[in-house]
Write a new protein. Structure first.
Length: 158
C-alpha cells in the first residue's frame, strides 16, 4: 500500500484553490491501494483528506493534541473535521495535552516519518510558527522523503 501524507497551509487563496485541488487530485491518481495521512487541519489537510477518501484511500488521522478540536473556531470547519475523522480507518493520537507549536511539529513529523511521499500545499515561504508547512517540508527532505509541492505560481498567502 502506498502511503501519501500532506502538509499545507490553512488558508488557500481563492485564485489558487482550483490549481491546488487539481494538483492534489493528480498526485493521488495512478496508485493501487492508498493510505492518506492527515491531521485534518482547516485548508489543505481537509481538502486532501476529502479527495483521498473520494478516490477510495484509507485515511489515517494524526491528532496532535488532546484539545485539538478547541482550535476549530468556525463551526463548519469543526463539523468537516469531525465528519472526515469519522470516516478514517485509523487514528493516531499524540501525547500532547494542548495544541502548541511543538504538537503541530510532532504531528507533521509523524506524517513525514510514516509516508512514502509528502504532498506540500506550500507557497515556498518560511513557516509562520514552528510546525508550519515550511518546517515540515524541510524535515521531510532531511529524511530523503520525496516531496511534491503544489501551489499556483505568483499567488501569495495572506
Amino acid at each position: 500500500m502506498k502511503r501519501i501524507g500532506v502538509t499545507g497551509h490553512r488558508s488557500i487563496p481563492p485564485e489558487a484553490h482550483a490549481h491546488v485541488t487539481e494538483g492534489l487530485r493528480a498526485a493521488l491518481c495512478g496508485h493501487g491501494s492508498l493510505e492518506a495521512l492527515s491531521s485534518l487541519a482547516v485548508g489543505a489537510d481537509q481538502l486532501f483528506a476529502a479527495l483521498a477518501l473520494a478516490r477510495g484511500a484509507e485515511l489515517t488521522v494524526v491528532v496532535p493534541s488532546g484539545d485539538y478540536e478547541a482550535g476549530f473556531t468556525d463551526a463548519a470547519d469543526l463539523d468537516r473535521y469531525r465528519a472526515l475523522k469519522a470516516r478514517a480507518a485509523r487514528e493516531v493520537r499524540l501525547d500532547f495535552p494542548h495544541s502548541t507549536d511543538e504538537a503541530y511539529y510532532a504531528a507533521g513529523a509523524y506524517i513525514a516519518d510514516h509516508c512514502d511521499r509528502l504532498l506540500a500545499v506550500w507557497d515556498g515561504r518560511p513557516a509562520r510558527g514552528r510546525g508550519g508547512t515550511g518546517d515540515i517540508v524541510t524535515y521531510a527532505r532531511s529524511l530523503g522523503r520525496p516531496v511534491t509541492v503544489i501551489w499556483r505560481e505568483g499567488v501569495e498567502r495572506s
